[in-house]
Design a protein around this ligand. Structure first.
Ligand SMILES: [Zn+2]
Length: 473
């Protein structure tokens, strides 16, 4: 009994193991002094997660036996063979002169703000963190703000304090520091934290919010709520882009994030039709998928980017189908002879269209097949809703086979794994002609014709406009 109690106390204290970091930011925004304390267990080995960070770290110090010692990193790591007197460590970071631009994984300047990867600023424990293990407090100069993808635990108006979560140290994340516009809004039960820079161009925050809200509402419609609780949105308005959204990526280090450049001159109509934000937001329907299996995550997002725009009314159902057929045709044309889908996924540069649209072909096949087998009660949406509710485990990376196995289990079918087994080693793009015929789609991808066939009801249902009211506010 006493042993059991002891074990219970031990495990309780393990959960309370919280590392306290403070980052003081200089008015220049390029100088930082960091103080990190490890009250429960001092890591023997700390790393930065970026080779470039080592050159930026200065004055790494700790006190041993009453004497302050300077520590030197060796082979990319900082070793602490003895426990410092106060269990704390200090260091400084000097980012030096920064180029103008938006390198989300490094450090660049945008007007009065900086984008900076936390990997350049922090020494962190080498082994993986458990959720909530690291608390980071910012001490900011007057007028300076910080945007991070992490959970903010400080009161409004107080110095910002974040809990970083399990994936923050090792997965990509980006901070925005300096002067920028912040606004928060909710869609489908999720909190969106928009950080909008005032350079190199300017755009009204209300327009950016409307652009995101429309996409987020459409994604929330898939499962009845937005799939994650919080999204950091870093938006940089730019001049003279050829598209409304010339660049956008998702990141998941300690929380969901979207980093985007937005054409400040884009019309309201162009923002309403934009597929990029829908694509990025739709990524959060799935957990992080290993990059070797990017065909799955990119495929599902590419499928939904068109389906959801039709459902939200941004496109007509016919235009939604034309866009989807056009994408799938590009995947077919982008399939190089003799290259299997697995090979293509390992060499993304030359195989982008193949990768994106092979996974979209699976999404279309699964969505139609689930609807056909269940008389319309089941769909890709209902299976993803079940998956998000029970099994998403956002803090781990999934292989395609694991994820497809779960989708099979949740749908009571084997259609996801069967498709995978058929296509992953195939050198051909999936043959969609039989499916198109059943859906009543004839003609060519450039000039499709839609008619009546055995599954034309499913074709209409897939892209049918939906009332936004069914989404949790
Ligand atoms: Zn994507």
């Amino acid at each position: 009994m006493r042993l059991l109690l002891c074990l219970a106390l031990l495990s309780a204290s393990a959960h309370a193991d919280l590392q306290h970091y403070t980052l003081r930011v200089a008015p220049s925004l390029t100088g930082y002094s960091a103080h990190a304390c490890f009250p429960d267990s001092v890591p023997e080995r700390l790393i930065t997660g970026s080779g470039r960070a080592l050159a930026l770290m200065r004055d790494i110090r700790a006190r041993f036996g009453g004497v302050t010692r300077e520590l030197t990193p060796r082979h990319g790591a900082l070793l602490l063979p003895r426990v410092p007197d106060d269990r704390c460590l200090d260091w400084a970071v000097d980012l030096g002169d920064l180029a103008d631009g938006t390198d989300w994984n490094s450090a660049t300047r945008i007007g009065d703000a900086l984008v900076v990867s936390p990997r350049l600023l922090l020494w962190r424990q080498a082994e993986p963190y458990r959720s909530g293990d690291l608390e980071l407090r910012f001490e900011l100069p007057p007028g300076v703000e910080v945007s991070a993808p992490w959970r903010r635990v400080s009161a409004p108006g107080a110095a910002p304090v974040f809990r970083l979560g399990a994936t923050a140290p090792s997965w990509p994340a980006t901070l925005l520091l300096g002067r920028f516009e912040r606004r928060e809004f909710e869609v489908g039960g999720a909190r969106f934290e928009l950080a909008l820079t005032a350079a190199p161009a300017r755009i009204e925050a209300a327009r950016v919010q409307r652009w995101v809200e429309q996409g987020a509402r459409a994604v929330a419609g898939v499962i009845g709520r937005f799939p994650v609780e919080r999204v950091q949105l870093l938006v940089v308005p730019v001049h003279d882009a050829h598209e409304a959204v010339p660049d956008a990526v998702t990141a998941r280090g300690g929380g969901a994030a979207i980093h985007a450049k937005l054409h400040a001159g884009a019309s309201d109509a162009a923002l309403r039709r934009d597929w990029v934000i829908v694509h990025e937001l739709a990524h959060f329907l799935l957990p992080f998928v290993d990059r070797r299996d990017a065909w799955l995550s990119e495929g599902f997002a590419s499928y939904y980017q068109h389906v959801l725009r039709a459902r939200s009314g941004a496109l007509t159902p016919e235009a939604g189908w034309r866009a989807l057929l056009d994408g799938l045709a590009r995947g077919d044309r982008g399939t190089r002879p003799g290259i299997t889908l697995r090979d293509a996924a390992h060499a993304p540069g030359a195989n982008t269209m193949r990768i994106y649209w092979s996974g979209a072909a699976l999404a279309l096949h699964a969505d139609v097949e689930l609807r056909r087998r269940s008389g319309g009660r089941e769909s890709l949406d209902t299976v993803l809703a079940r998956f998000v509710a029970c099994c998403r485990e956002p803090d781990r990376s999934w292989r395609a086979t694991e994820l497809l196995g779960e989708l099979d289990r949740l749908s009571g079918t084997t259609l996801f794994s069967t498709w995978h087994a058929e296509h992953i080693h195939s050198a051909f793009f999936p043959n969609l002609r039989p499916l198109y015929a059943e859906l009543g789609i004839a003609g060519t991808p450039d000039a499709p014709r839609f008619g009546t066939a055995v599954l034309s009801g499913i074709r209409e249902e897939l892209m049918r406009p939906r009332a936004a009211a069914s989404v949790t506010r």
